[in-house]
Design a protein around this ligand. Sequence first.
Ligand SMILES: [Fe+2]
Ligand SMILES: [Fe+2]
Length: 438
Amino acid sequence: MRRAIKYSPHPFAHPQEEELAAYDTETIDSRYHDALVTWQKKNFPELSFLEENWTKFYANQTPFQLYAKIGKLSNNNIVFGRMAGQPRFEKASEMVGNMFYSARDIIRAQASTELGSIQQHRLTLEEAPNDQMKMAVLRIMAEELRHAYQMFWVLSHDHSWKKPGHPDIAEETMDELLSMELGNHVLDAFNIPFSNFLDNVVFATVIDLVGKYQLEMQKVFSYAPMARSMGPMLSEEGFHIGSGRGFVKELAVAATNGSGRYSIADIQKTLNAWCPRGLEMFGNERGGETAVAFGFKDRNNGTAQSEYYNEVREVVELVNVAVVQTKVPGTSAPDARTIVREVQDTGERVQGVHPEDLLFVPDVKFYRKRGAEEVVFMPYDVSGTLLTENNKPISGEQYLGYLNTVLPEYFMKTNEFTKYRDALLGYERPEAGRSYGW
Ligand SMILES: [Fe+2]
Ligand SMILES: [Fe+2]
């Protein structure tokens, strides 16, 4: 079926995502189609509510459907790495050795994020402050389900993931994915249970943005079916990120004029909890060269991570501009931005705006559990200063005391935090050199 959709631009969407997207659609083998529908009925029964109310909220959008969208490639050849210039691989079996398994690992990690985020969003869905926010989260969940379906298409339509004399890698991977729960997803960010609706919106802002970077980088993927999946998924991510940003701003403005359920301090603590995990989703900042050599991605981890970090800072600055315009009515956006920068650079009050009225992105070194040796488990504060006593880094116990002041209380009770605490106190360090990225 050939279909052309016009993506309706969200106020925050990237201009590229407004282009006309053309794709074919395919359903997957009924065995896995049915398995995903069964998974949905258990983990996301609210999908029917979204479907029943779709036209009320998204009248101009094609209603949700569970199928794979097969986009077009802008270039049939491999673009990056050792094999640049050769035709892309159509069959998994054409990828040899480590490359075959690395591709599988990326697809597996991707699918795990899609399924994990549905399990997370659902926990606090009913706390949405209004219908628009609830519907947006439902739509995000539905689209993540489609993204998982897309990864299942990649694995299941190509029968060469099963090599003669080897276990069926595709089947093994899909069965494992269907059984994953919060706690055993591939990446840490997808093992953290949500506790309130701020998690839904901050996650859509900070964690879905990592997804956007991964999809963007993987447009060059040397295994063609994966590359063809990226464009349509990216269009949908635009809505996730746009919704997250819009709602964080709305909640920050409500906090500022005293009408909201959450305070600026609550939003700040939620940012402090999620930003470090977002940074770590890129994998070790010194690595990622293999993925580039295999032609899977167009950038190494460090480059992508720093671009991402800058974008998160821009997003938060725009929220701060709205906060200042609420506190100092009549201020233009450029003037509000000047005030934001002055307050944050000097740490002083400007026109009645205090540093604690504004949000900031914690430093890249803050609360890290994976990555470069010199930052992992080191007691850096939110502004990137190493906390010391007698010229030595403070103890793990002392750092936990500090984290208690900057992270949400509920968050420190999660299993994910317990794992961090145990590692920090030296009970159990993650295995060195283990790959954890996407
Ligand atoms: Fe997704
Ligand atoms: Fe998403």
